[in-house]
Ligand binder design. Structure first.
Ligand code: ADP
Ligand code: 5GP
Length: 204
């Protein structure tokens, strides 16, 4: 079990739902939220930056990290590998800051086992038709990749029962407000605010 004092938010959704769009906005606009940058063997999309969106690595580097036990979890999906690096997470957890992980459901389950009080959030597309349109609209995946992702989407969606919060990404604005509310409510929980409450009490 990984010990920590900050909040850990796990955001999962089928590929194309809008996780990256919302995660980027949250990290930019919500204070003190650190994005966990995963490692992947897939190619960068237009506009993606190494070290900000992912660490884009080759198969040999990924193999080496697996051999050195360098991942909290890793998976093979869409014929590519994705993993959450251990060193960064451990450092952030020890320093007590809040972190946000954008990972699919198998990895999310493993993170939940390692960090039982992680806040598990599942983002749903409004419909399969809209998900297909978003995947195609992104314009950087072959029709074969779109098909693979749509097939995996159903498998991902049935995992929603393992999550604490369900948010439908109908419009970015509404979904953003709901996600921000979840973060705010978590930060206000009694067990998180105990030290502050005691400090205020001590001032009397
Ligand atoms: P994910 O990270 O879940 O794979 P992205 O954030 O890359 O998804 O979003 C997939 C596509 O859908 C992008 O082109 C993005 O601009 C678009 N998108 C995201 N959220 C919405 C929304 N609420 N309505 C319409 N399009 C959206
Ligand atoms: P994409 O290729 O669309 O960026 O991501 C594909 C899927 O991999 C998404 O569901 C995303 O959340 C997931 N993913 C990204 N990084 C990781 C990771 O480190 N671990 C796991 N388990 N999934 C990840």
């Amino acid at each position: 079990m990984l010990r920590h004092s900050g909040n850990v938010f796990v955001l999962s959704a089928p590929s194309g739902t809008g996780k990256s769009t919302l995660a980027r906005q949250l990290v930019k606009q919500v204070g003190d939220l650190n994005f966990s940058v995963s490692f992947t063997t897939r190619q960068p999309r237009a506009g993606e930056v190494h070290g900000r969106d992912y660490f884009f690595v080759d198969d040999a580097t990924f193999d080496d990290m697996v051999a050195r036990d360098g991942f909290v979890e890793w998976v093979r999906v869409y014929e590519r590998r994705y993993g959450t690096g251990k060193a960064w997470i451990q450092e952030k957890l020890e320093s007590g800051v809040d972190i946000l992980l954008d990972i699919e459901s198998q990895g999310a389950r493993r993170v939940h086992q390692a960090i039982p009080d992680a806040v598990m959030v599942f983002l749903l597309p409004p419909s399969s038709r809209e998900l297909a349109a978003r995947l195609r609209g992104r314009g950087d995946e072959s029709e074969e990749q779109v098909r693979i992702r749509l097939e995996y989407a159903k498998h991902e969606l049935v995992q929603y029962e393992g999550y604490d919060y369900l948010v439908v990404n109908d419009t970015v604005e509404q979904a953003y407000r709901r996600l921000e509310s979840i973060i705010t409510a978590t930060r206000c929980r009694r067990e998180r605010m105990g030290a502050t409450a005691r400090q205020i009490l001590d001032s009397f």
